[in-house]
Design a protein around this ligand. Structure first.
Ligand code: KIV
Length: 258
């Protein structure tokens, strides 16, 4: 049987790649059946911990969440974000990526950036670590409001150049975050490896969303998010029923007691 990376790459121009985030076992178990890639994103910093940015997320926090996610995964390829300040040079990156992989048994790590981190990515790949790239909006290095990337000519040229550098370095795919539609189309057409878009149009080879956003658990109003359900409402009505039954002494019944 060919490996998971081969299966993902083979999907290019054939079938769309489905990717979602998970931060814990219970969600991972549900999405694993339907995803090609499960990403333990450092978006957990804002989604779960209310951090202003992903820059405060630590390696240890990512490792603990990833260990939980791993327990829920049977078939998907598992990618984990290397958090901010864990890959400032080749030695630090290799040490931390090895730690991440040995502790969590994930399949690959994701690093943000192009030319700036290319030597680090090359070093990881030379040491047999599978890497996913991430271009466009780079939450770890960006301050202030996030704006679409690649509309301006120079920015477009740079991002396309970065994508080609990442491909040449050997990443197995690239996440394009909030990249202008026509640039996402060009990158996807010009690369042999798959692109995974988030706010980067349907031209990408696959799509990723933060699961908490699409199920309505995380309060976010971004253009690129589609809420497929409002799970918060369902949780709320279940909790109200529980509360009322407790107050009216209807729960627990005999069958719930020992
Ligand atoms: O951290 C994350 O969840 C991500 C996705 C948005 C791609 O990087």
């Amino acid at each position: 049987m060919k490996n998971k990376f081969y299966e993902i790459k083979k999907k290019k121009n054939k079938s769309k790649i489905v990717c979602l985030t998970a931060y814990s076992k219970n969600i991972a178990q549900i999405i694993d059946n339907h995803c090609d890639i499960v990403l333990v994103g450092d978006s957990l910093g804002s989604v779960l911990y209310n951090y202003k940015s992903t820059r405060s997320v630590t390696l240890d926090v990512m490792i603990e969440h990833s260990k939980s996610v791993k327990m829920g995964i049977k078939k998907s390829l598992m990618v984990v974000d290397m958090p901010h300040n864990t890959y400032r040079d080749t030695t630090e990156a290799l040490k931390n990526a090895k730690k991440m992989i040995s502790k969590t048994k994930c399949d690959a790590v994701k690093l943000e950036g192009g030319n700036k981190v290319i030597n680090i990515i090359k070093h990881l790949i030379k040491n047999k670590i599978q890497v996913q790239g991430h271009l466009g909006i780079l939450p770890q290095s960006q301050r202030g409001k996030f704006k679409v990337k690649g509309k301006k000519r120079l920015e477009k040229i740079k991002i396309l150049k970065d994508a080609k550098l990442l491909e040449k370095a050997g990443v197995f795919s690239i996440v394009l975050e909030c990249v202008d539609t026509s640039l996402a189309k060009t990158i996807t057409q010009e690369l042999k490896i798959p692109t995974i878009g988030i706010g980067a149009s349907s031209h990408c080879d696959g799509q990723v969303l933060v699961t908490d956003d699409l199920i309505g658990l995380n309060k976010i109003n971004a253009r690129f998010v589609k809420k497929y359900t409002n799970i918060s409402k369902q949780i709320n009505s279940a909790i109200i029923k529980f509360k009322n039954e407790v107050k009216q002494n209807k729960f627990p019944k005999k069958k719930h007691s020992y």
